[in-house]
Design a protein around this ligand. Structure first.
Ligand SMILES: Nc1ncnc2c1ncn2[C@@H]1O[C@H](COP(=O)(O)OP(=O)(O)OP(=O)(O)O)[C@@H](O)[C@H]1O
Ligand code: SF4
Ligand SMILES: [Mg+2]
Length: 326
């Protein structure tokens, strides 16, 4: 299958002010730091990793909601990095995002109809009967009654608001949708409904999803392939069943397996820890392999040489010196 979205050496460094009051300086926070990733047409690629590892930043970069510091993005056969705002317009409607927070993402003063219509108006439509019909169709797609159009966000539950957020993202007929933790803020009881809705919509409309989530069981349910991020890097990408049943990277193993990474001192005491230590700062990431400060298999080379993302098995990419010895 061909790639709809492709990132090559994609990088986002945020300038962060630091230092003391008298010695202020700016440091680069390396939120996304040289990511190569392909998202195939029609698939759901799950994106997992600890909080702060750069998942949302990567998702926003791919649809150029934020500008990269370096690297290249190709969308639907065109390089979109560096395109002017005007040149981006024709691609923009094809790439949309669904946010985590259905409360914060919707303007409380706008009716549901106006919320869903807004992207159409931004893209040059008039607020006429044909445009209203598109809004009604979007409401139908997400399982909301036509009368919901005249209501306001506060009149809805969290799950219903997320349906409005999905309708807003889909009304432009996108090809690619970044779903950034779309169910994390919802009650567990409604999470499955929204996940199932997204799956149905994907099939019906032939969408391509980047599905970002903390919850590995949700990612397992919805994804075709899964990418694992650690501190601004993609460390493993493979088919879902390969990631869950035969993870190659020690970080993925720690994330996926109920069996956590064992530190030698804990192993001696028979104690199990989830993943040893805290995630290091993206302001000053560890040298070599960024996971070396927490990896139970760390070797001398890991501290000095960054492992490249290689393909030890077909369609299974891993960045680790254990898997690909130098
Ligand atoms: N606008 C910004 N300015 C400065 N730093 C930022 C900005 N946005 C994100 N960051 C930093 O970039 C890093 C990656 O953030 P990001 O939100 O992409 O992580 P995440 O994996 O989505 O985390 P979470 O799981 O908590 O949503 C973090 O260290 C974060 O603090
Ligand atoms: S490269 Fe070394 S430190 Fe990094 S995950 Fe592999 S074994 Fe661990
Ligand atoms: Mg995030």
């Amino acid at each position: 299958m061909t790639a709809l979205v492709s990132a090559t050496g994609l990088t986002k460094h945020f300038a962060v002010r630091g230092g003391s009051f008298l010695r202020r300086h700016t440091t680069a926070l390396r939120a996304v730091d040289g990511v190569d990733l392909q998202i195939r047409s029609g698939e759901t690629l799950g994106l997992v990793g600890e909080s702060g590892c750069g998942k949302s930043t990567l998702g926003r970069l791919l649809i150029r909601l934020i500008e990269p510091t370096g690297g290249r993005i190709d969308f639907d056969g065109h390089e979109i990095t560096g395109l002017s705002t005007k040149a981006m317009r024709q691609h923009r409607r094809a790439m949309q995002i669904i946010f985590q927070d259905p409360y914060g993402a919707l303007n409380p003063r706008m009716s549901v109809e106006d919320i869903i219509m807004e992207p159409l108006l931004i893209h040059g439509a008039r607020a006429d009967a044909a445009t209203r019909a598109k809004v009604a169709e979007a409401l139908r797609l997400v399982g909301l009654p036509a009368r919901a159009a005249q209501r306001f966000p506060h009149e809805f539950s969290g799950g219903q608001r997320q349906r409005v957020g999905i309708a807003r993202a889909l009304v432009l007929n996108p090809k690619f949708v970044v779903c950034d933790e779309p169910v994390s803020a919802l009650d567990v009881s409604v999470q499955a409904q929204i996940v199932n809705l997204l799956q149905d919509l994907q099939k019906e409309l032939g969408l391509t999803f980047l599905f970002i989530a903390h919850d590995l069981s949700v990612v397992k349910h919805i994804s075709d392939r899964v990418a694992v991020m650690y501190l601004g890097k993609v460390v493993e990408v493979a088919e879902k069943h390969a990631i869950y049943s035969a993870p190659q990277h020690p970080y993925t193993q720690a994330l996926i397996a109920a069996v956590p990474v064992l530190r030698p001192q804990d192993r001696a005491r028979g104690r199990r820890v989830r993943i040893a230590g805290d995630i290091p700062s993206a302001l000053n990431p560890p040298s070599g392999c960024r996971f070396h400060t927490r990896c139970p298999h760390v070797m001398p080379i890991c501290r000095v040489q960054e492992p490249a993302l290689t393909e030890p098995a077909p369609a299974h990419h891993v960045a680790c010196h254990l898997v690909n010895p130098v």
